[in-house]
Design a protein around this ligand. Structure first.
Ligand SMILES: Nc1nc2c(ncn2[C@@H]2O[C@H](COP(=O)(O)OP(=O)(O)OP(=O)(O)O)[C@@H](O)[C@H]2O)c(=O)[nH]1
Ligand SMILES: [Mg+2]
Length: 452
């Protein structure tokens, strides 16, 4: 089967670097390494978790002097025999060593294959596997810390304890069933109902932390929308503190959307500058306007920019329309170009913000507001990163348990209530990966890079 062969890949980013690490995993990895590595003592005789110095020599050519770390199964990342070779950086050396190892019997690894093996060998469950992906991709420090905690098993522990609670309820219900002939009741149905409701609340609150987890992982998305020429690109540049987007007095300058990240006090804010919204027949502009809609859907916060020099209520209709179309979204009206008017209204109210994207007036306050919004949205996070897959399963679990509560209320047989709960327990198995299927695995591992 596929676990029989030995895989190899570069574990560090390709390119010029001080050192590069090549990873080898599979039952023959130590023998394969020995074929082209010449340390003082053969690696096959080495103890686990030891480091050895020597030359990689292949077809009589000295490639590099390296160190090799030996990990004997099951005490390795993958749970298999593994060797990690640390060579000098630079693509050519690492490539030559990988080619030599392939010549000696290894095969190039697929994306995420090391972690997939760790999962299949029971080294981690799916939630930990996903934490590895989050750890690699996280753009915020809190996101990284939370992913690391998850990798350590925090999420797993919470799911196991929920599972145990549900199984305990099932045992009670089924125990009574065993004595049903004797007309005994030792199950307090009210208590059972309460316990199931607790479990429902727990599953729901975890599912709800999904949005916060996404922000921790990928940043807080702020979409900038408005009529053409309202100053969206100017604001985008001003927040980024660099000239990234083209600014011009010609309406319809931005056609595509632009995305850049600013870090405000440790929080990653993803700014998205979009095409101005207006009635148009220009096909390119129309495409841009369609894109705005998908940006708005994905944003955590939408700023609608209004050119106050035209009129402070010039964008009211657009603002109302967007609020109506995206009722879930937090949308704020921002009055821009206050440098062009005389009134002294440079203040932030609950609803409206006044700025000049051009002179920078009010930008500090706007930054503070973005930071507060981002922080507010991540505060609900507990200590795990619930991704979309988890959230969907958790919602199904809550739904299944709600059926169980209904069964209790309808005074159904213990057997039926227990069956409802057991269905929820099965869903927990999908979460941890006990009940895995190839599609789910492929989906998860497609996010990984080769060598991880
Ligand atoms: N006086 C003043 N002019 C501004 C301000 N913000 C933008 N402008 C000007 O308004 C014009 C349009 O600015 P852009 O940033 O390109 O506007 P936009 O909303 O991105 O426009 P489109 O991409 O066409 O939708 C430019 O000439 C800017 O210099 C401001 O705060 N004050
Ligand atoms: Mg623009």
């Amino acid at each position: 089967m596929f676990l029989d062969d030995t895989i190899v890949a570069l574990a560090t980013p390709p390119g010029v670097s001080g050192l590069a690490v090549i990873r080898l995993s599979g039952k023959d990895s130590i023998e394969i390494a020995d074929k082209c590595f010449n340390p003082k003592n053969k690696l096959t005789n080495a103890k686990t978790h030891t480091i050895h110095f020597g030359w990689i020599i292949h077809n009589g050519i000295r490639i590099d002097n390296v160190t090799a770390s030996v990990f004997i199964e099951p005490k390795s990342y993958t749970g298999e025999n593994s060797v990690e070779i640390t060579c000098h950086g630079g693509m050519l050396i690492a490539d030559e060593i990988i080619n030599a190892l392939i010549d000696c019997g290894a095969r190039m690894a697929e994306p995420g294959e090391f972690t997939k093996r760790a999962f299949l060998n029971g080294k981690m469950d799916l939630m930990q596997v996903e934490a590895v992906a989050d750890l690699i991709h996280s753009v915020t420090i809190p996101g990284t810390i939370t992913a690391a905690r998850q990798l350590h098993g925090e999420f797993t522990a919470r799911i196991s304890s929920l599972r145990q609670k549900l199984l305990d309820i099932c045992s009670l219900l089924e125990l009574e069933l065993d004595f049903s002939d004797e007309d005994l009741t030792f199950v307090n149905k009210e208590k059972i109902k309460e316990d199931i409701i607790d479990a429902i609340n727990f599953a729901k609150s975890l599912a709800e932390s999904h949005k916060a987890a996404e922000i921790l992982k990928s940043g807080f998305f702020v979409g900038i929308a408005g009529f053409p020429n309202s100053g969206k690109s100017t604001l985008f540049n001003s927040l980024l503190k660099k000239k990234r987007a083209i600014v011009s007095e010609i309406p319809g300058t931005t056609r595509d959307y632009l995305e850049e990240t600013v870090v405000i006090n440790g929080l990653a804010i993803k700014l998205i500058d979009t095409a101005g919204l207006r009635e148009t027949t220009n096909t390119i502009e129309l495409e841009g306007i369609k894109l705005v809609q998908s940006v708005l859907e994905q944003s955590n916060l939408v700023l609608v920019l209004n050119d106050i020099s035209i009129s402070s209520d010039h964008s009211n209709e657009l603002f109302a329309k967007l609020k109506n179309e995206y009722p879930q979204q937090k949308i704020l009206l921002v009055q821009n170009k206050i440098d062009k008017i005389n009134h002294d209204i440079k203040k932030i109210t609950n609803e409206t913000i006044y700025i000049s994207a051009k002179t920078g007036e009010g930008i500090d306050s706007l930054e503070k507001l973005l930071e507060n919004e981002a922080r507010k949205n991540t505060e609900v996070i507990t200590d795990v990163l619930v991704n979309q897959r988890h959230a969907l399963i958790l919602k199904r679990i809550a739904g299944q348990l709600e059926t169980a509560v209904a069964s209790v209320e309808e005074r159904k047989e213990n057997e039926l209530i227990s069956l409802d709960i057991r269905k929820a327990v099965n869903l927990l198995g999908e979460l941890s990966g006990e009940n895995w299927n190839e599609d789910v695995l492929n989906n998860i591992f497609s996010r990984f890079c080769i060598g991880k």
